[in-house]
Design a protein around this ligand. Sequence first.
Ligand SMILES: Nc1ncnc2c1ncn2[C@@H]1O[C@H](COP(=O)(O)OP(=O)(O)OP(=O)(O)O)[C@@H](O)[C@H]1O
Length: 439
Amino acid sequence: MGANLTQSLIDAQDHPFVLIDEEYRLVAANLAYRRVYGLDEHADVVGRHCYEVSHRLDRPCHLNGEDCPHRQVFATGETHEVLHTHYDARGQAEQVRIRGHAIRGIDGQLWLGESIERLATPEAHGCEGRMIGFSPRYLRMLQQLGQSAASQAGVLLQGESGVGKELAARFIHHRSPRAEGPLVTVDCTTLNGNLFEAELFGHERGAFTGSVGRRPGLFEQADKGTLFLDEVGELPLELQAKLLRVLETGEFRRVGGRNLLHADVRVVAATNRDLRQRVDEGSFREDLYYRLACIVVSLPALRERREDIPALADALLNQLCREHGRPCYMTREAVDCLICYDFPGNIRELKNVLQRAVALSPDGVIDAGQIDLDVSRERRAVSEAPSAEGSRGAPLQRVESRYIAELLAHHDGHRRRVAEALGVSERTLYRKLRRYGLG
Ligand SMILES: Nc1ncnc2c1ncn2[C@@H]1O[C@H](COP(=O)(O)OP(=O)(O)OP(=O)(O)O)[C@@H](O)[C@H]1O
């Protein structure tokens, strides 16, 4: 095949496409690749290193902790798909999905053919609903989410409060074959014995005092879609057996109903607890755990991917500017403050910090002075983290309960403000209030 024909064939592709040799050197690049990465249409790109053009690195990306399709394809000859962060012609980071194929020449020589799909950039879509993060750790997690979306198996999302578990559940649903179906959220912290069946399975007219009309339950509403069981670790033991039964058979009866109904539901669950440990302690059923946790995806805390803080802060700030209808920008010192902080409340706390900063800034310039971090909370979180020397001082829950009581007093019992100050959702706060008898 002539060089001109090869070039025309790859130029006909809309996605950036590039051929790379074993030494990471470009052999050919199509027009879309040149355009996206700022290479002149007529410039000779042959011989340049792929990592230098798209990653802005001076060494192969696997040395940077990334999963490199180059290494996989040359080692196994098999197609390999990964998510990576690339830098476009303006130096903007963006998430891309790379499919690396083994391409053989007439003389048997092996090349890597990379087809690059650009996932939407945050600024193109606003950050509402976008999962922002470019660090290798975050991209690995996104890749796991993407792979789990294709399967029907139960997925358990685990991570601290505010890391984005609910967003991750949406991500899975919208990329799954059930995307056209409903996504129904069940808040397991609100389900008690009496409510459980009526909420989950619905009820018939007059099934119990006060039940007006027939109402389908959440399980039925999720038919052909995804049921998101949020805070599943909070479900009392006696309800876990009922949940397991319906998940195994897909069959249920509405309260007060005779007919056995069926719903086709895929389950994604989330927890900020160590569910495996709860199984070992006997407070979570092992059979239910295995039903829910066919695939376990751990979402990293924000402090475990600090390199993502500037991009996240930028996107969240843009969103706030749109809401407030005025431009704002952060100084380098303000961003440095954010990067150094541990964010026990993760992205939700980052959002709150930025919200306060926007409100405090008279002229839209956010300097370190407007970054009001709850350093005492951070210190507490660090000192309360389990230490190798054993637990010192008051147990975590006693300290937390006292702290929440103080906040309630300080905010005159205003729960939304207390949740904001804690950097948790109102739902999480209600759970804690119930647990500590403060409600
Ligand atoms: N990667 C991300 N990019 C942008 N925004 C994010 C990202 N992850 C989370 N957020 C935002 O952070 C906030 C908290 O996320 P979410 O409610 O999904 O967390 P969670 O882990 O479910 O918290 P909780 O356990 O307290 O319910 C939301 O406003 C969400 O939109």
